[in-house]
Ligand binder design. Structure first.
Ligand code: URP
Ligand code: ZN
Ligand code: ZN
Ligand code: ZN
Length: 468
């Protein structure tokens, strides 16, 4: 007797699309096929796609900011929103406070998450202070404990590392088998341009985009890839916004480097013109790197289609707009440089890719699955337990209605921000039901299980970073 049988749907994995039923027992997929037998509960998936639950490997939740601005989502609202967007695992960032260790940050972050998650979670570390103690002792031990990825920043005054520090992190990563993600923008160039904008009295949100030009991203991407090459370490280039940065990834690959590229919905759907809104509305679109232009959008789609990007993540980084503690904080209203960077998007990530990618014929369904789940699981050491529909895998499953058409309204979303950058965008294809570890949590668009059973998942080393 199975616990659940999902009947009559079309299953898609990163490799195949086929009609079959899925049988689940004790949280695991145990059979795939026809006439599988009896189950306590049957879910009719006729006319629907049965997909691995989405894995969003780039999400910010409850992350403290330098200016005391509060992020809109905590683990409850962030994972709820993720669930409604067809996700079963998200990977938020745990930020090291300067002068403190990584473990201290992890303890606090775990405490925030514990018992509050609708999806499974796993943390990347952000290394902001790579001291000898951190690189020599803490990081190697944490990699052994399943914290197998970390992010470093080349921008943001309070987070950026020097090239020497980045080399130290990369070298430690190579020795320990951690996978390094890099935020590539040239901070000195940005500081210089911000100064010019201020001198010219250009304080409005649009200046955020023009003070962070493509060349600043391209240069930093090239530099990060060069530093990784110097110490022979694989690299993930996150949130790529344009063709020139993409070409750096392709050139590095042509030299035989192991490089993973990531892009995000904002670079496929938004442009810098969105930062032009009246009454400071443009602040709603402030994120880094900034959205570019139509040509860059086309380039990022091209990168998705050609496989330059293995990862497509939300970079969900939610702030409220109508709130003195968010995008419109008093300092942000006076000067773009104080508008918190980041936009919400964990719930809309997959519907946007489905509607704009699959329905418009840019990618097929298997490619969608790879970009939404499988490649994230493989890159970050969760595969084959997660990221696919296979016997023995966790029964983390999203059932999609490919015909449901709905217009994005923030009022219908489930995050704790107060706007969506995609308000008014009409989407065809939505996740309607989601199972986490074999339990139906979202059923026909309704949250039916509020017990927040999402678990923390420690991870293996990335196959990319594994020591040979
Ligand atoms: O603007 C952004 N992307 N904020 C989130 C932090 C980051 O750099 O990923
Ligand atoms: Zn970043
Ligand atoms: Zn981010
Ligand atoms: Zn407030």
């Amino acid at each position: 007797m199975f616990d659940i049988l999902i009947k009559g749907g079309t299953i898609a994995t990163a490799a195949d699309v086929f009609a079959a039923d899925v049988a689940i027992k004790d949280g695991t997929i145990v059979q795939i096929g026809r006439d599988l037998g009896e189950a306590r509960e049957t879910i009719d998936a006729t006319g629907r796609y049965v997909l691995p639950g989405g894995i969003d490997s780039h999400v910010h939740i409850s992350q403290p900011s330098g200016e005391g601005i509060v992020m809109a989502d905590d683990f409850e609202s962030g994972t709820r929103s993720a669930l409604f967007g067809g996700n079963t695992t998200i990977m938020p960032f745990c930020l090291q406070r300067k002068g403190e260790g990584l473990r201290a940050a992890l303890m606090d972050y775990h405490a925030l998450a514990e018992g509050n998650c609708y999806t499974d979670i796993s943390f990347h570390l952000i290394v902001s202070d790579p001291s000898a103690q951190v690189l020599g002792q803490e990081l190697p031990a944490l990699v052994e404990d399943g914290y197998t990825s970390l992010k470093v920043f080349m921008t943001y005054e309070d987070l950026r590392l020097s090239d020497a520090q980045i080399l130290g992190v990369l070298d430690t990563a190579r020795r320990t088998g951690a996978l390094v993600m890099v935020h590539c923008e040239n901070e000195d160039a940005i500081r210089y341009l911000v100064g010019l904008h201020e001198a010219e009295g250009r304080f409005e949100p649009r200046s955020h985009a023009s003070s962070r030009p493509i060349a600043a991203e391209r240069e930093a991407t090239h530099r990060a890839l060069s530093l990784a090459e110097i110490v022979d370490t694989p690299l993930v280039i996150v949130h790529v916004s344009n063709r020139e940065a993409m070409e750096e990834i392709e050139r590095a690959r042509a030299r035989g480097r192991k490089v993973i590229g990531e892009t995000c919905p904002q670079y496929l759907m938004l442009t810098a013109d969105d930062l032009d809104g009246m009454d400071w509305e443009g602040a709603k679109f402030v994120c880094s790197p900034p959205p570019r232009d139509k040509e860059s959008q086309a380039a990022c789609w091209d990168g998705i289609e050609r496989g330059v990007f293995d990862l497509y993540s939300s970079d969900h980084c939610p702030f409220r707009y109508e709130d003195e503690h968010g995008k419109l904080n008093p300092r942000g209203r006076e000067n773009f440089r104080h508008i918190p960077n980041g936009i919400p998007g964990v719930e809309t990530r997959l519907p946007i890719l489905f509607s704009e990618g699959v329905m418009k014929g840019r990618i097929d369904l298997s490619h969608f699955v790879a970009l939404s789940a499988t490649n994230h699981a493989k890159t970050y050491g969760l595969y084959p337990r997660k990221g696919t529909i296979a016997i023995g895998a966790d029964a983390d499953i999203a059932i999609w209605d490919p015909e449901e058409t709905r217009t994005i309204r923030h009022a219908d979303l489930h995050d704790a921000s107060d706007y969506s950058p995609y308000e008014g965008l009409t989407i065809t294809g939505w996740p309607v039901s989601v199972l986490l570890a074999g339990k139906l949590v979202l059923a026909e668009g309704k949250l039916i299980d509020e017990s927040r059973n999402g678990r923390y998942r420690s991870r293996s080393r990335s196959p990319l970073a594994r020591k040979s």
